[in-house]
Design a binder for this molecule. Structure first.
Ligand code: SME
Length: 163
């Protein structure tokens, strides 16, 4: 099956998410493999928004391990409670970091990355099974609109996990 995402580049961020999310939901409904789906989701997000780095980490025992992503090489393992990703896991909530220099303990996988959003992915027992991480090379470019829609996206992934 050929997968294509169609988003007008002329539309604003909110409109892009509104158009993208149903397409992602449809895309992953045709495939049962989690890694394959996370790979296509990271590709779709990267294509539409052009972020510096977008991808997933999955929980494996006491750490997050690098999973499908788009962008430069990244740290492979992050301990519970460490960095933005490990903190989002520990606190079970999304973290919006407009300037990574102001987040104590931020893990700098790339010096180009200066702002970040991390959104946890939950299973049906409300345990965190992984995180979605978005990094930008621009300060203050990610905001509550991104948090809102990226949480909707991780809900779509949670729904997929429960089927
Ligand atoms: N900056 C993240 C680490 C992951 S990378 O940015 C891809 C953190 O502090 O958890």
């Amino acid at each position: 099956m050929s997968e294509q995402i169609q988003i007008s580049q002329a539309t604003d961020k909110k409109a892009k998410y509104e158009s993208l999310l149903p397409q992602i939901e449809s895309l992953i409904s045709g495939e049962t493999d989690l890694i394959a789906n996370l790979a296509n989701i990271s590709a779709a997000l990267h294509t539409v928004f052009g972020w510096w780095w977008v991808g997933f980490y999955l929980v494996k025992s006491d750490e997050l391990v690098l999973a499908p992503f788009q962008g430069p090489l990244a740290c492979t393992r992050i301990k519970f409670g460490k960095g933005v990703c490990g903190t989002a896991w520990k606190e079970k909530k999304s973290l919006l970091v407009p300037d990574v220099n102001k987040f104590p303990g931020h893990i700098a996988c790339s010096s180009q990355s200066v702002s970040e959003i991390v959104v946890p992915i939950f299973n049906t027992q409300k345990e965190v099974i992984g995180v979605l991480d978005i990094d930008s090379e621009k300060y203050d470019i990610l905001d509550e609109t991104d948090v809102y829609y990226l949480e909707k996206l991780t809900e779509i992934i949670s729904k997929f996990l429960s089927t």
